[in-house]
Design a protein around this ligand. Structure first.
Ligand code: PMV
Length: 366
């Protein structure tokens, strides 16, 4: 599939001499929560194992890219919630450098990038997934418009997923609604390390409108970036066992998502969450991203499940916050539990109620 690079590298996509361009495009793109985790990468942001996620509904980034001709090569500025963010520009520079051969016309443009999130910054919701996918969708729309490309929807989204992946691996999955996988698995012929695949059609009705209540244990900045975390997998003593485990969990969970076995679902999802954090703790150097309240909340969730027999389970991203997953039909009981028990563990704990969502939408193009 490395010839995809060649496929997407189009040196002819250059604006002709006097052509004046001016326009803007806006996309909303959601975050996602991985059920089988991507942890460890190689090459240009390629995963060491396949991963799979639910796409969220309420937690999304809305990005507008305004563009016009540039006299002096590629230029951009980045604004988050209306404020200029030089720190983010450094990170985006790396991304733009990596995609300059795919979008050669960028060196003729000046971009203003305006982003806002529906969730608090540093809340532990993957803003890189929603942010990088929203920006990549905007760039693909600009390319399509400027050069009148005839991509169908599948081709457009695949390219947006490919570009998103270069920005942030997990972002490649946000391009698709409900359920998306990323990374080659022997189970799915069409799967690829280069872009994600839409798996929404396999979902058993039990998973439709599945709820994700995000328990915000701590809103601080992470001590270790996900890039640093991925790189610690390079020399990790358990790396090969982990990649084998992820491949096997991937195959099992695809079956479970299709047959609706919620007990099996819980076992795999929690095994993935705990394995991810165990890998962090057993890295060299080792580190914790969970907090004491994370463990208290997990214990409380497990006791609640024993007591009520409700099919709820937890997962964790690379941080202390807990994603509580459950069918929509148990919303009332679970919300009561969250508000009476989990929020009472500490006054700083907050909750964001989310659920599986439809995927990105284009808001405007002119
Ligand atoms: O996409 P990144 O580089 O931020 O890595 C994401 C890693 C996890 O969120 C921990 C797992 C995943 O698959 O989303």
């Amino acid at each position: 599939m490395s010839n995809l690079n060649t496929l997407y590298h189009k040196p002819e996509l250059i604006l002709s001499g006097q052509r004046k361009v001016l326009g803007e495009v806006t996309w909303q793109s959601p975050s996602n929560i991985a059920l089988v985790k991507y942890w460890g990468k190689h090459g240009n942001q390629l995963p060491m194992n396949p991963s799979l996620s639910f796409t969220l509904n309420n937690s999304y980034t809305e990005t507008t890219v305004k563009y016009r001709n540039s006299e002096n090569g590629f230029k951009f500025s980045f604004f988050l919630e209306g404020k200029h963010k030089a720190g983010f520009e450094k990170k985006l520079n790396i991304f733009f450098d990596k995609i300059k051969e795919i979008f050669p016309f960028l060196k003729q443009l000046e971009l203003g990038i305006f982003s806002k999130n529906t969730f608090p910054h540093s809340s532990g919701i993957a803003s890189s997934a929603s942010g990088m996918s929203a920006l990549s969708l905007c760039l693909c729309s600009i390319e399509k418009k400027l050069f009148d490309l005839k991509y169908n929807e599948d081709e457009f989204l695949r390219k947006a997923s490919y570009i998103s992946r270069i920005g942030s691996g997990s972002a490649s999955r946000s391009v698709y609604g409900k359920l998306a996988s990323w990374g080659k698995s022997k189970l799915l012929q069409s799967s690829s390390d280069y872009f994600s695949s839409d798996l929404s059609t396999i979902l058993h009705p039990s998973f439709l409108n599945y709820q994700d209540s995000i328990i915000l244990i701590s809103k601080g900045e992470k001590e270790v970036s996900s890039s640093a975390g991925h790189s610690l997998m390079n020399n990790h003593p358990f790396a090969s066992a982990r990649f084998a485990q992820a491949n096997s969990n991937f195959i099992k969970i695809v079956e479970v998502l299709n047959n609706g076995n919620l007990d099996e679902f819980q076992a795999i999802v929690e095994n993935e969450a705990l394995s991810l954090h165990a890998l962090m703790m057993s890295s060299s150097p080792g580190y914790f991203l969970i907090e004491p309240d994370t463990l208290k909340a997990i214990k409380s969730i497990v006791l609640f499940r024993k007591r009520t027999k409700l099919p709820i389970c937890f997962t964790l991203d690379a941080g202390p916050n807990i994603h509580l997953l459950y069918p929509e039909s148990y919303k009332t009981q679970v919300r009561e539990f969250i508000e009476k028990e989990l929020l009472n563990l500490d006054s700083r704990i907050e909750v964001i109620y989310d659920s599986i969502g439809k995927g990105p939408i284009m808001i405007k193009e002119s």
